[in-house]
Write a protein that binds this ligand. Structure first.
Ligand code: UD1
Length: 344
């Protein structure tokens, strides 16, 4: 079985990727320092998979500690690098922490991949690298990259540059995946999005409000130049997104050298209001919400052209927006059923 190192493998997207890897015959090895994830996710993964994958509690920026993982595991075929801080507001408040963590981890990983002759890297990037899109709100991989509006976004843009520079000098091949907005939860409802503290992202805020953990959802801005005045995003089921990582690994295996970039989205724009209404209709829950002024730094509208991923990776989404939102709701209810204490 092909061993794949999954950094950040206990996080939201990482844990769903671990499931997809096992379902597709890979052997994931998880590296996570629990800086932004719950230790319980490891047991829940064990319940879903019927066994617990190998797991190391290590910070990827700690070269000596991380090297031990490489030393202990021969024949690692590839790495999926999720481990990074991802809060836009957190990065504005603590830029040094964000640059240090996100860039040091990547640089250390690249160094160790070189040292141990590991050739395939799948990297988590973000649509934030497109900034406020020029020339239309649907972006493809050739759309102009813009200066992101926060240090978090900058770390993704700089990381893409680092990867491209490094790959030019060594045997590493890389697939850079630009995520749009992942939502939803595994079909088992045993893993899902589990932010620590007040969620920045829309869907966990919605489900926490619907279940009574929060008073109301604030919708940031209803005066954008869109059909209903709210922002437009491309919301993609996290399991579809996770599956693309498996496809990217398979693709890299057949590649010569270099970096390939892929958008991961549904290819459909959806407004925040549309998402709220869909949540209400699929769950039957009435959501308490209010419109408040725009959130600083929000992009008015963006969604993916995912044709390249569909064609080159032979990948497509199988879940609808309705599936995504009902799975997110099932997950939130599951947490309540097991009396899980969410750090609010
Ligand atoms: C942004 C980045 C994304 C990054 C993510 C990390 C862009 C286009 N996207 O996602 O690349 O990976 O941050 O967290 O830069 N909203 C509300 N009320 C809330 C929360 C959100 O109205 O309580 C609205 C936002 O204004 C936005 C939409 O919901 O219009 C989605 O917000 P969010 O889930 O935070 O994701 P992005 O900001 O799109």
């Amino acid at each position: 079985m092909k061993k794949i190192l999954v950094t950040g493998g206990l996080g939201y997207i990482g844990s769903h990727a671990v499931v997809e890897l096992v379902n597709n015959g890979f052997e994931p090895i998880i590296v996570d320092n629990l800086s932004n994830s719950y230790a319980g996710v490891y047991s829940w993964l064990g319940e879903i998979l019927g066994h617990k994958p190998l797991y190391y509690q290590v910070n990827c920026a700690d070269k000596d500690g991380f090297r031990e993982v490489f030393k202990a595991n021969n024949h690692i075929k590839g790495v999926i690098h999720f481990a990074a801080f991802k809060s836009v507001s957190g990065s504005v408040a603590q830029p040094i922490l964000y640059y240090q963590n996100n860039l040091d981890s990547l640089l250390t990983l690249l160094e160790l991949m070189n040292e141990y002759g590991i050739g395939n890297l799948v990297f988590s990037s973000s649509c934030t690298v497109y900034g406020v899109p020029e020339g239309g709100i649907q972006v493809d991989e050739n759309s102009t990259l813009q200066k992101p509006n926060c240090p978090y976004g900058q770390t993704k843009l700089i990381s893409e540059q680092i990867i491209s520079d490094v790959v030019a000098t060594c045997e590493i091949k890389a697939a850079v995946l630009r995520y749009f907005n992942p939502i939803g939860a595994d079909v088992s409802a045993k893993i899902g999005e589990l932010p620590i503290g007040r969620p920045d992202n829309l869907v966990p805020f919605i489900t926490q409000t619907a279940i009574g953990l929060r008073d109301k959802l604030s919708i940031f801005g209803n005066d954008y130049d869109t059909q209903d005045g709210t922002c437009i995003r491309d919301f993609i089921h996290v399991s579809d997104l996770a599956n693309a990582h498996v496809k990217a690994l398979e693709y890299l295996d057949k590649q010569e050298g270099s970096v390939s970039v892929f958008n991961l989205g549904t290819g459909k724009g959806c407004s925040v209001m549309e998402l709220v209404k869909t949540f209400e209709s699929v769950t039957g829950e009435k959501l308490n919400y209010e419109f408040v002024p725009r959130r600083a730094g929000d992009i008015p509208a963006i969604y993916a052209n995912a044709d390249k991923s569909n064609r080159v990776l032979n990948w497509s989404c199988k879940y609808s927006l309705e599936d995504s939102l009902s799975s997110a709701w099932k997950w939130q209810k599951h947490l309540k059923d097991i009396n899980f204490e969410i750090k609010l």
